[in-house]
Each structure stands twice: as C-alpha cells, then as structure tokens.
Design a protein around this ligand. Structure first.
Ligand code: NAD
Length: 494
C-alpha cells in the first residue's frame, strides 16, 4: 500500500468563524505549482478553510495502487466532503484506472458544472461574447461501464438513462440558473433517434421545466445544437445534457472561449463535491514556473461559493479578471500588442493578490451575492406504474447470414404464448419481407410478442423451445408496457 500523508494546516486570513475543512491534492506535473498559487490567492482574499493534504496520482499508481488513491485519502474526502484537486498524470500502459472516473462514481458526483467564458479582447477568441454554463450528467449514459462482446463480430455498451438520475441533473441545472441569475436553460438530446433513453431525458426536462416559469426553456437535437453552440455561443446560457454529449461539448465550449487553460469545473454530489481545472498535468511545463493557474483558481472560486464563502469567491474572481484586464498574462495567453507583461505562475498569483478588493472595468465583474449556498436537489416521489410484459426480444448468435432461412426455421417453433413478430439485424428488420441489400452480421434479434401479459416462467419455456430448436441464445430483453404504453423501440423498417 502506498503512503498517503494527511497533514492539516489552518489558514489565518479569516479566523472569525470555524474554518471549513477541505481536502487538497497537489497532483502531478504542473499541479503543485498551480495549487500553491491558487491557495495563496484564496488565502490572501480571506478564505476560511482548514486544509487536509492527500496524495493521489502518479506516485500512488506507481506504488502498485491501480486506482491512484489510497484508503486514507478516501477517509479524508468523506470527512471534509470538499475536494480541491490539481491535475494528475495517469501513467502510460494498461491497468491504471482513471482517478477522475473512480472519484465521480464512488462519491456520487452527479453534476459536472463547467463555466465557459470568453475574455475578449484580453484573451484571443473567435467568440467575443460567450458566457455559457455546461451542466453535464456525470454518472450514467454510456459511462455506466457495462460492455460485453456478444458474438465474434459484435460488442455492446449499455446506455443507461434513469428517471432519478435525469431528474437530479435537470433540477440542478434549473436551480443553478436561478441561483446565478441566468435566464435560459437549454437541453441537448438525441431523442429523435434514441426515443426511450434520450426521450426520457427530454421528457423529464420538460416536466421539471414547468416548475421554473421564471426561466426560458428550449431543447435542441444535440447535433444541430452543438453546431449552433460552436457557431453562435452567445445565444446560449445554461445547457444541460447527458454524459457523453456533455463530455465532448464541454471541451468544445471551453476551447472556443480561447483557451482550455482558463476553465475550472465542479463535480457536485449529494454529499461530496470536487473542484478542479479542466486541463491536465502538462508534464513538459512542470517545475518551470510557467503554468497558468487560472483554471484551478476558477475551480476554487466555485468551491468557495459551494462552502458558503461567496463573498470571498467574488473578491478572488474579480481580482483575477482585473489581472487579465491589466494585461498580466502567462505564456499560454500572452499576445503581443494586447498583453502588458509576460509572467510566471508565482508572479501571476502575486498580481492577483495585489488586486484583491478591485473590480475589472472592461470585463464584466462577477457577483455571488445570491449564490451563497450549496444547491440542494430534492426528487419527486416515484409515481407507481402498471407494468406488463408483452413479449421478449431474444438475441441469437448465428453465422449463416441468410435471414429468410433463419426466419423460416424460427417459424417452426410452436409456442402457446408467443408469436414470432420479426427478426432484425443491427436494428433493421430482415424477416419477414426483408431486403436482400441489408448487410447482416452474426448477431440477430428475434422479437416474440404475446397477446396479453406474460410471466417469466412463460418466457423461460419459450427460451427452452428456442434452444431445443438448435438456436444459440446470447441474451434476452423483456418487452414492457407501462400504463398501457409500449416502452420499447420498433424495428427499423418494421
Ligand atoms: P494537458 O491539458 O496536460 O496539456 C495540453 C496542452 O495544454 C499542453 O501543451 C500543455 O502544456 C498546455 N497546458 C495545459 N494546462 C496548462 C496550464 N495550466 N498552463 C499552461 N499551459 C497548459 O493534456 P495532456 O498533455 O493530454 O495530458 C497530460 C497528462 O494530464 C496526462 O497524464 C493525462 O492523463 C493527464 N490529465 C489529467 C487530467 C486531470 O487530472 N483532471 C485531465 C486531463 C489530462
């Protein structure tokens, strides 16, 4: 086991109330330098925090811990419930698990909140007016990590969207918009294609949205929504989306502000929250006093609001904006003719500290006056539904690609409870009345429908007949009807 050092250190800036315990990891590469700069700035602005330092990342991985985090570190996180994390280096080679994914999943950090703001004309950008908050669902969707190879030719990743998971993230987005004085919440989904999964996400967005009449609501299909976000980001305010689209588009949105180096992000759970920069550990820049600490600093600003120190967050954020505006820039955002002074990490931190108490005059000053509490999300009680099973999809492995022959052979199965309805290949109906042009793999779905509700004993009997008929079953999915509505997809061309 690796040695995890946990040391405590009290800040002295604000001793009037009890310091809020936070867990800090200095990380790898440029991590220690940008963390030091960040802590120096927030302390100088009066942050009242008691810091517990944990070690995570490269050293812990290389000591033989494949998760990159030791049990003592989990204890600290579960005790303080607030984690300020510098980027870490994931060693090359297999077997090392992503610490970010592990932390998010283990601590239930369901909301990833990433403000993407441009700072025209002080940071070069194609989008001078951009101030978008991406709220990404962080636990579900294709990231549930349930993948299987089912036949020699076909692998599957399960996309899970849940009602409570969606309700949590959507409510969070609306509550965030209210608390931060935002006007509009947009939902991105692909419910024209994924009618059940993304359909649920969109439906819950519409339902919850009705509880927020003060906010404008809109929905875009993710493809055209993403194109519009990249083209006219000034038309967006808060955008909420499922995990995969959020993963991709939060990077796109940060990049088009002008620099990913300036964005911070919060990962919020019901109990614990983690704050960080969105960039990595930039190992080639490490130890040279070059790195820009702004991303982590803005993560720390989100943290200060979360722990109820919004007044300090505001002082830090405005001092930082003033520093940018005064042209004091690290190498990554330095522009001849715009920047006044190229500085290192430490000097940048000192410049921000010297401006604590000041506000920007050209860039918009921030106010966290109404954002001094942690956003709490309460779920509506589940509504009971009448659930019936009206059939079963039986997935088969069959090397022979003759769909007509397969269908005719399946017709010989005589079941009391089920009728063969169709056979599909990759979702496309190939029997009855398939087209010879349809490309087929070795993975077939056979849909059997029942006249009325069936139980699992009846399904097992059918499966036995299918097996005895010489077919190789891979898996099954029940066909359900909720409150009289069929809740499964039709076949393409069916
Ligand atoms: P990176 O973000 O570290 O670097 C990308 C580029 O941006 C580099 O040119 C780098 O020099 C520059 N850059 C990044 N942050 C900067 C800053 N603050 N100031 C100035 N320049 C900065 O991405 P990468 O090179 O793909 O990854 C390096 C390591 O970071 C990898 O081990 C990766 O696994 C890890 N990583 C960690 C996190 C995290 O801990 N949250 C996130 C992403 C990548």
């Amino acid at each position: 086991m690796s040695t995890t050092t946990i040391t405590s250190e009290k800040t002295t800036a604000n001793t009037q109330s009890t310091p809020v315990p936070i867990t800090v990891a200095y990380g790898d590469g440029i991590g220690p330098e940008i963390m030091q700069a960040t802590l120096d700035i927030i302390k100088a602005a009066g942050a009242n925090v008691a810091i517990e330092i944990i070690e995570i990342g490269e050293k812990v991985y290389l000591s033989g811990n494949s998760a990159g985090i030791a049990p003592e570190a989990w204890e600290s996180l579960r005790r303080t419930k607030v984690f300020l994390k510098a980027p870490i280096t994931t060693p090359q080679g297999g077997g090392f698990k992503s610490l970010n994914v592990t932390t998010r999943k283990m601590l239930g950090l369901y909301a990833n909140v990433r403000p993407c703001v441009s700072y025209h004309p002080f940071v070069a950008t194609k989008h001078p007016v951009m101030d978008v908050i991406i709220v990404r669902e962080n636990e579900e969707d294709l990231y549930a990590g349930i993948e299987h190879q089912q036949t020699p030719e076909v692998v599957q990743c399960l996309k899970l969207i849940t009602r409570p998971g969606t309700e949590k993230i959507v409510r969070y987005a609306f509550e965030y918009a209210r608390q931060y004085g935002r006007k509009k919440v947009t939902c991105f989904s692909k419910d024209n294609i994924m009618k059940q999964t993304d359909g649920l996400f969109h439906k819950v967005f519409d339902e919850i949205g009705e509880e927020y009449p003060d906010l404008e609501k809109e929905h875009w299909i993710v493809d055209i929504g993403a194109a519009k976000l990249a083209d006219t980001p000034e038309n967006f305010d808060v955008i909420v989306m499922p995990n995969l689209y959020g993963d991709i588009l939060s990077d796109v949105a940060a990049q088009i502000t002008g620099s990913v180096g300036l964005a911070g992000s919060a990962n919020i759970g019901e109990e614990v929250a983690m704050f960080e920069a969105i960039h990595g550990s930039a190992p080639r820049r490490a130890g040279q006093n070059l790195a820009n600490p702004s991303g982590l600093l803005l993560g720390a600003v989100q943290m200060l609001v979360h722990i109820g120190q919004g007044d300090i967050a505001e002082r830090v954020h405005n001092a930082w904006l003033k520093t940018l505006e005064d042209g004091i820039h690290t190498y990554d955002i330095f522009q001849e003719g715009v920047s006044k002074e190229k500085v290192g990490t430490k000097e940048f931190a000192q410049a921000v500290i010297a401006r604590v108490g000041q506000k920007p005059s050209q860039l918009k000053a921030v106010s966290y006056a109404n954002a001094q509490k942690t956003i709490q999300v309460k779920l509506k009680p589940a509504v009971p539904v009448k659930m019936e099973t009206v059939g079963v999809d039986v997935f088969l492995y069959c090397e022979d690609r003759d769909a007509q022959k397969l269908g005719e052979k399946l017709e010989t199965i005589k079941s009391e409870d089920f009728k063969l309805y169709m056979v599909t290949n990759r979702g496309v109906k190939v029997y009855p009345n398939g087209l010879p042009e349809t490309f087929c793999t070795d993975h077939w779905r056979v849909r059997f429908k029942a006249e009325k509700h069936v139980n699992y004993t009846q399904i097992i009997k059918l499966l036995q007949q299918v097996t005895e008929g010489g077919f190789e079953i891979i898996k099954t999915e029940n066909l359900c009807r909720f409150d009289g509505v069929d809740v499964f997809s039709a076949g393409q061309g069916a």
